[in-house]
Design a protein around this ligand. Structure first.
Ligand code: ADP
Ligand code: ADP
Length: 239
């Protein structure tokens, strides 16, 4: 079933810089999609238009059956609560514990009035611990985030997204700051968890080999346009 659709998405930053032109893409439940292409191609812009971290200049994003571009603040909150996001630089709160960082993923599900003042439920805490154990961070649960290695930090980032119980996962260059061995650990964790929980994943990757190893579908982007969209084994030339 269709989970996401981008219709005629265009993003113009300024006269000299076009982010995206005329992007039309459709995504089904359970896909693991890698977006590849050279630096400056528009990969990050594409990903960030989906949950409106970037507002497209024109076009429509339909997430499940909701229009993202014109969503009210309240609707946007709801949409974002169903979209997990992972960042290149992890975006953890350094001085907080690993457990607290994961629990932050629940904030989007809380009443905005009570918000920060309401306590996380025991169920939330149990779920956070379960996810951390599953991803191999048993021993880090009560450590401060800044005591962790890069690979461990990114696995915390994955748990923070998973605890949202998202329908869609956006991973913006999740391994760009990691060495090759750690990159594989993180990609395994991302891939396996998305499969286990039935989450569609769209991830920007620099490394074509990594994209080919994991993705069920590859989208090649160049100068703001889609230049390839298909199965990894169909990818011939370097894009
Ligand atoms: P990628 O993720 O593929 O490296 P980006 O989506 O970051 O590409 O950028 C696509 C294009 O848009 C680039 O030419 C970049 O310089 C430009 N761009 C990105 N963000 C901004 C911004 N905030 N202001 C102006 N231009 C930007
Ligand atoms: P990067 O680490 O890739 O450079 P940014 O610093 O641009 O990322 O962070 C983008 C912003 O989006 C952050 O301030 C973060 O708080 C916010 N953010 C994090 N997760 C989500 C989410 N799921 N939906 C919307 N916004 C988010």
């Amino acid at each position: 079933q269709k989970i996401l659709e981008l219709r005629n998405i265009k993003k113009v930053y300024n006269k000299t810089s076009i982010g995206l032109e005329e992007i039309n893409l459709s995504f089904s439940g359970g896909e693991f999609v890698a977006v590849i292409g050279p630096s400056g191609a528009g990969k990050s812009t594409l990903l960030r238009c989906i949950n409106r971290l970037i507002q497209p200049t024109s076009g429509e994003v339909i997430f499940i059956d909701r229009e993202v571009q014109n969503a009210s603040k309240k609707e946007l909150r709801f949409i974002r609560s169903q979209i997990g996001m992972i960042f290149q630089h992890y975006n953890l709160i350094d001085r907080s514990s690993v457990l607290e960082n994961v629990l932050l993923g629940r904030l989007g599900h809380m009443n905005p009035i009570k918000g920060l003042f309401s306590l996380y439920s025991n169920e939330d805490k149990e779920n956070a611990i379960k996810l951390l154990r599953k991803i191999g961070l048993d021993e880090q649960i009560y450590k401060r985030a800044d005591e962790l290695s890069g690979g461990q930090k990114q696995r915390v980032g994955i748990c923070r997204a998973l605890i949202q119980q998202p329908k869609l996962m956006l991973a913006d260059e999740p391994i760009a700051s990691l060495d090759p061995k750690t990159s594989i650990d993180v990609m395994d964790a991302l891939y396996n968890n998305c499969q286990d929980f039935g989450i569609t994943c769209i991830t920007n990757l620099h490394q074509v080999e990594v994209a080919k190893k994991y993705a069920t579908r590859i989208i090649g982007v160049k100068k703001g346009k889609v230049v390839f969209d298909g199965k990894p084994n169909m990818l011939t030339e370097d894009i």
